[in-house]
Design a protein. Structure first.
Length: 284
DNA sequence: ACTACGTCCTGCTTGC
DNA sequence: TGCAAGCAGGACGTAG
């Protein structure tokens, strides 16, 4: 799982090990991870080779590395992406997709089994890549506007889980955090945004932040380099989940078995007692 | 403008 | 034992 706290841990690793380095050579080993770079793999390599990395930034689950050209390498880890810093000559990982040879500092490697993630060069994107300008700030961004979020949720008729997953409302919340935050907030994901009270949404936002902070606490201590374990899961997901993936297990608050239902080609998990289904309103 | 859904990927798990 | 279907899921494109 590539959730926001894990991406933040990767960002910190990049800041520690890659920022300030010059890229001497770039090898794109599979075309798919650079599919968003429309000019192609050769152009991707040409725009990054010889450049120095000036920073490591993040919004939601996107990462970008501002370069001394004013461009930025924009990346998303998708489901299974990893950024690894390895000594030059270390054996290639099975799913190694892009290799950046750093001047005197080993290699930065983008490894991605399932290739939902990818890299591209954003022209002039050092400050904020245009490709992600439409994405809302994430809940740990100091400039996140809580009141605007509350208003945006209460304006929408969709179920609140769907709203949480909408990148234009808030970024960085995935299926796992959505379910966990809704469990904490005792809200059913199908409750329409328009029918939530202001305090419901404020509490939900606090719970989104609470789940992320808890995960970051654990993730931040587990990885001090860029390495994320092979399954891509931090200890947080093994021990601290209350709803996600817990089908049949007793709810830690009330003991009722957690329920799983299909949702957007994936699953939602919730406690049917703590998070009661919204009453269906008769058509009028 | 808002809303909803299919699609892309691979490998592990499940079921017959 | 073997094979196929199911499942995981972020973000984008497209249709309604």
């Amino acid at each position: 799982m590539r959730e926001l706290p894990e991406v933040e841990v990767v960002r910190r690793g990049l800041e520690a090990h890659v920022v300030g380095r010059r890229i001497d050579r770039v090898d794109v080993l599979h075309p798919r991870p650079v599919r968003r770079h429309l000019a192609g793999a050769l152009d991707f390599a040409a725009l990054t080779t010889g450049r120095t990395v000036l920073g490591a930034r993040r919004r939601g689950k996107y990462l970008w590395l501002p370069l001394d050209s004013g461009d930025a390498v924009l990346g998303h880890l998708g489901m299974s992406g990893q950024m690894l810093v390895q000594p030059a000559g270390a054996p290639d990982e099975r799913h190694l997709r892009v290799r950046f040879t750093l001047h005197g500092a080993g290699e930065l490697r983008f490894v991605d089994q399932r290739m939902f993630g990818g890299l591209s060069v954003s022209p002039g994107g050092a400050e904020l890549p245009a490709e992600i300008a439409h994405i809302a700030r994430d809940p740990v961004d100091p400039l996140f506007d809580d009141d605007a979020f509350v208003a945006a949720v209460r304006r929408r008729a969709s179920g609140v889980k769907r709203i949480l997953l909408d990148q234009t409302v808030v970024s960085g919340v995935g299926n796992i955090y959505a379910d966990e935050a809704l469990w904490r907030a005792r809200l059913h994901g199908e409750r329409p945004g328009t029918r939530l009270r202001r305090t419901d949404v404020q509490r939900l936002l606090a719970d989104v932040r609470g789940v992320m902070a808890a995960a970051l606490d654990q993730g931040g201590t587990s990885f001090d380099a860029l390495y994320v374990n092979v399954n891509g899961e931090s200890g947080y997901f093994d021990r601290s989940l209350h709803a996600y993936g817990q089908e049949g297990r007793p709810c830690e608050r009330c003991g009722t078995p957690i329920v799983r239902v299909a949702f957007m080609n994936r699953s939602s998990y919730f406690c049917p007692v703590c998070q009661p289904q919204p009453r269906v309103r008769r058509a009028s």
